[in-house]
Design a protein around this ligand. Sequence first.
Ligand code: CMX
Length: 139
Amino acid sequence: MELTHIEHIGIAVKDLNKAINYYEKVLGVRCYAIEDVKDQKVKTAFFKVGQTKIELLESTDPEGPVGKFIEKKGEGIHHMAFAVSNIEQALKEAEDKGVRLVDRKPRKGAEGLDIAFLHPKSTFGVLTEFCEDITGKEG
Ligand code: CMX
């Protein structure tokens, strides 16, 4: 597989507005998008730091993945996302090498990217996401 860069780091927060305020007022980065990802039961806010994004995640449902994470571990780094050049191939390769997949097939994530997760129990405790920007590749 080919990892091209760290696409984003996902950070679980209890209060999106308070966290946005910290990133903007203290770290001086601008929130350029807020998106409800209903499927994942989260509201997200995005910032860019160079080529890498920070994705803040506020849960919209205590039973959703971020709701459960905050309940167990509190606020903090929730996942790391790598941009890959071919997500289907990256998933197959990871599975062939014994990694437990959360998603066997890519699905649509925030910002229209194709995404898929690897299980943190197989990846040394870090929930890992693959992302592929298929804009311009379809058809
Ligand atoms: N990082 C590290 N460990 C995690 C974790 C995370 N983000 N989320 C769960 N775990 C651990 C738990 O601590 C728990 O470990 P122990 O058994 O040692 O206590 C174990 O994994 C199982 O956790 P759980 O609370 O029972 O949760 P589930 O098994 O129901 O779900 C997971 C875990 C990873 C499969 C689920 O969170 C998932 O499908 N995640 C992918 C989707 C997602 O996270 N979406 C939100 C972001 C969406 C976006 O970026 O747009």
